[in-house]
Design a protein around this ligand. Structure first.
Ligand code: SAM
Length: 243
């Protein structure tokens, strides 16, 4: 049997942040490639693959059986963190969903998080929502990654419970929540590319809002404020060599 799994760069970057020997959960696991990959490379790791849909749940079971990992990867059908019992896992992964869905899964499952030291998320959009949730819930962002794969730009955010050093500066909190407190410190080419795209999108949205018959002035002002932050971030154009 072929005993290796080839993961996308996106998922292998997520996997790199799962601590050695972790008992971790991958919520919204789909085929359970991530937990199986980690457990194949780390003989001490154990995982729970959570899925809300029957089809992906069955695919996850198939992958676990294919790699003979049923003693270390449990597949559970259920919504969000409801598949977890208190104190079962110390690392949590939620990848490949929108930031709002990730945030609602975290918020609704808050009572299952007591033992979770590290949360690794890869929101497809609305990263800011998840950063806000971490900020309000005592998880400190300790690493952030940005990468491009198959024409998509992905951010991966790693947060640890009550880590000593906060990455935030009080006067820049809102900007840091939007751009990522660590990503903004190392503006890579991909980071610049993402925010150039966002700049064009935001200009278009503001134009549309201004053309509307009934204008929402508060919303326009909010968008214009954010647009000025994006322009500011792109202004100095300093690209960090760390890619
Ligand atoms: N995590 C994998 C990845 O990053 O490649 C799969 C991402 S896939 C796009 C999203 C998966 O999350 C789907 O299989 C979907 O069924 C599952 N999902 C969505 N909402 C969920 C929830 N509330 N609880 C558990 N799984 C959920």
């Amino acid at each position: 049997m072929n005993n290796t799994i080839k993961l996308s760069e996106r998922l292998s970057t997520v996997a790199a942040y799962v601590t050695e020997g972790a008992f971790f959960a991958d919520i919204g696991s789909d085929h359970a490639y991530l937990p199986c990959y980690v457990c194949l490379y780390d003989s001490k790791a154990h995982a729970i693959a959570g899925e809300v849909k029957e089809g992906p749940f069955k695919s996850a079971l198939e992958t676990v059986n294919k790699y003979d990992l049923s003693s270390r990867v449990q597949v559970r059908l259920g919504d969000g963190l409801q598949v977890l019992r208190q104190g079962e896992v110390n690392v949590l992964v939620i990848a490949g969903m929108g930031g709002s869905l990730i945030t609602s899964i975290l918020e609704e499952g808050k009572d299952r998080l007591q033992s979770v030291q590290r949360i690794i998320v890869q929101p497809n959009v609305n990263e800011r929502n998840v950063r806000e949730w971490f900020y309000k819930n005592n998880y400190t962002i300790t690493s952030e990654e940005i990468l491009e794969e198959n024409g998509h730009i992905y951010e991966i955010i790693i947060a640890d419970r009550e880590a000593a050093k906060s990455p935030y500066k009080t006067d820049l909190l809102q900007e840091q929540l939007l751009f990522g407190p660590l990503l903004i410190e190392h503006k890579t080419e991909i980071f610049i590319k993402k925010w150039k795209n966002e700049l064009s999108k935001r200009i278009r949205v503001i134009d549309e809002m201004k053309k509307a018959k009934e204008q929402n002035q508060d919303k326009i002002s909010e968008f214009e404020k954010e647009l000025s932050w994006v322009q500011e971030v792109l202004k100095d154009g300093n690209v960090n060599s760390k890619q």
